[in-house]
Each structure stands twice: as structure tokens, then as C-alpha cells.
Design a protein around this ligand. Structure first.
Ligand SMILES: N[C@@H](CCC(=O)N[C@@H](CS)C(=O)NCC(=O)O)C(=O)O
Length: 320
């Protein structure tokens, strides 16, 4: 991680642990906003004006948080408005870097950095924290606008609406209370839940996280059991993006590496249908690279010292 603008020691996947061995995630540090005309964001954040060609997303296909921003970009039809670059899925001892893995960018064309942390120190020479993806980058000032994917989803949804070619609204006014309530459960039990299981340092913390994950999966399976296409009805919302990015990684990576192996998503008919429905939306399949997901997760040395990437599972039912 970075300490006062300098790379400090070897990269470690475990961010912090509490007294009971629970994984604790750090908060993101760059929280600027983008609005249609540059007026402040919804909570008074400093904002830049939306524009075509000015902003850029730096992502990793392995990463669920980055992938949800790619999904929002695709669902809003912003592929020609916001450019992207993709880091190598395999973590180096200095965090993310550009590299030669198929489908990633060998070099950075924005500022010529080799590692993700270069964007952070370029934006703030004294920055401290982890150099995470995704990053929303401003090509005019050559600075990070925001490195919190939850914010980036909202920015893409509302800030860029005049550039959207689809008219999809992922956070409709009338559904906000339901979306917010479901998002909290999804984050604690599922999105961050799998990391809590995978990076638990005690049996207690692992079992606690595992129970939360499977209770949440049962709940989502039940929500979808009336035949609805998405979690809150027939229209896709932000909550679906949040659930999807963890569900699509579950059988490929988490069941094995994070030991969340009580059941697979393929064993839940409605969750599997939800994955297929979402994958059929134009642009979504392009946001999923199973090869990056497997290579990336299984490159985490502390969980998989040999670096061997499993050959399975068979995901042909999902078209992979
Ligand atoms: N809260 C952040 C979390 C992002 C995050 O943790 N990304 C991971 C990859 S999935 C990362 O870049 N980790 C590198 C590190 O922690 O050094 C967000 O949602 O944007």
C-alpha cells in the first residue's frame, strides 16, 4: 500500500483484521463527483462537468467492484463516451500493474505509469492507502476523480444521462429506498461477505461469514422465485449489478479459493436464471472475463501459494 506517496513493503491482500480475525476493508479516498453541468454532487461534493471523451475508467476484470462500473457503463451505453484500460489480473508485489495477460493493456497511455499506484501518487503525491481499482480518471487534469465504485455507479447513472444511448435508470427515484436497503444487505453478506470468508484468519470468522453468505443466497433465490427477471422487479437496478458481480465469480473462484463451498450458484435455479438473463443484456457479456477472474484470484499467494489455477468448473451452461 501507499504511505505518504511511497510504496510500502510487499503487497498484502489482507487489509486489516479485527480482534476476532474478521477481514476489515479500507475506505476509498478520492470522492469527487461528476454532474451534467459541474454543479455539486448529491451530498454537496465538488463536481466536474460531464463530457464525452474526457473521463476514463481504469479497471481489472477480476475485480467485482470494478466490474460493476463496467456494467453500468454498458447498460447506459457509454462505451464511446468513457474510455477504459484494464490491468493484468495477476497481482504483483506492488499491487496492480499493466501486463501481457490477454485482454489487459500492456502499457498505460494516460500518464505512462507501470503500476496502479502511479495514478494515485500522480493525483496526490502524499496519498496514503491501497491503490485499488476501479478508478475514474479525468484526462484534463490528469487526476483521479473517484476511486469508490459505489459512487462511480451513481455518477455514471445520473451525471452522464445526457450521453446515455439507452435511457436505462439504475437508481429510479421511486425505488431508491428499496435499492438502498437491499444494497446494504448485499454488501455485508455477499459482496464483502465472500472476502470475509476468504480472508478470515480464524475458524469463527470464516463460519460467521459463510453462514451470512448462504443465508443471503437463500434470500435472493426466494426473491426471484415469483419469476421476476431481476431482484426488485422486471427492470434492472443498481442492486442487480451489485449481486451479479459476486454471483458470476462465485462458482469460478469463491467456491474453491474462498472455501464458500456449501453450494454452487449452479445449484440455485433462480440465481442461475438471473445470471443468464443478465448475461443476455447487450454489452454485459463483454464485462465478464472468466480467465481473468480465475487467474487473478488464484494468484493470491497467501491463499494459493502454488499459483495453480484450477481447470474447472464447467460454466458452459452460462455460455463460457
Ligand atoms: N471500496 C472500493 C474497493 C475496491 C477494491 O477493494 N478493489 C480491489 C480489487 S477487487 C483492489 O484493487 N485491491 C487492491 C489492494 O487492496 O491493494 C470500491 O468499491 O471501489
Amino acid at each position: 500500500m501507499l504511505v505518504d506517496g511511497k510504496w510500502d513493503a510487499e503487497w498484502q491482500p489482507v487489509q486489516a483484521a479485527d480482534a476476532k480475525g474478521r477481514f476489515v476493508r479500507q475506505d476509498s479516498v478520492f470522492r469527487g463527483w461528476i454532474t451534467p453541468d459541474g454543479t455539486p454532487g448529491p451530498e454537496g461534493q465538488n463536481a466536474l462537468p460531464a463530457a464525452a471523451g474526457r473521463y476514463h475508467l481504469i479497471v481489472a476484470y477480476i475485480c467485482p467492484w470494478a466490474s460493476r462500473t463496467l456494467m453500468a457503463r454498458a447498460l447506459k451505453g457509454l462505451e464511446e463516451v468513457i474510455s477504459i484500460s484494464v490491468v493484468d489480473p495477476r497481482l504483483s508485489d506492488q499491487g496492480w500493474k499493466f501486463g501481457d495477460f490477454p485482454g489487459s493493456n500492456p502499457n498505460d497511455e494516460l500518464i505512462g505509469t507501470t503500476h496502479m499506484h502511479g495514478f494515485y501518487t500522480h493525483s496526490d503525491p502524499h496519498v496514503s492507502g491501497r491503490a485499488t481499482v476501479p478508478v475514474l480518471w479525468d484526462k484534463h487534469s490528469n487526476r483521479i476523480v473517484n476511486n469508490e465504485s459505489a459512487d462511480i455507479l451513481r455518477i455514471l447513472n445520473s451525471g452522464f444521462s445526457k450521453f446515455s444511448s439507452t435511457g436505462v435508470d439504475l437508481y429510479p427515484e421511486a425505488m431508491r429506498a428499496d435499492i438502498d436497503a437491499l444494497n446494504i444487505q448485499l454488501y455485508d453478506n455477499l459482496n464483502n461477505g465472500v472476502y470475509k470468508a476468504g480472508f478470515a484468519s480464524t475458524q469463527f470468522a470464516y463460519e460467521e461469514a459463510n453462514d451470512q453468505i448462504f443465508a443471503m443466497l437463500d434470500k435472493l433465490e426466494d426473491l426471484l422465485s415469483d419469476g421476476r427477471r431481476f431482484l426488485l422487479g422486471d427492470a434492472i437496478t443498481e442492486s442487480d449489478l451489485r449481486a451479479y458481480v459476486t454471483l458470476i465469480r462465485f462458482d469460478a473462484a469463491y467456491v474453491g479459493l474462498f472455501k464458500t463451498n456449501r453450494r454452487r450458484i449452479a445449484d440455485y435455479p433462480n440465481l442461475q436464471r438471473f445470471l443468464k438473463t443478465t448475461l443476455d443484456i447487450p454489452g454485459i457479456r463483454d464485462t465478464v472475463r472468466i480467465d481473468h477472474i480465475k487467474a487473478g484470484y488464484y494468484s493470491i499467494k497467501s491463499l494459493n501459494p502454488s499459483g495453480i489455477v484450477p481447470a474447472g468448473p464447467d460454466l458452459s451452461e452460462l455460455g463460457f
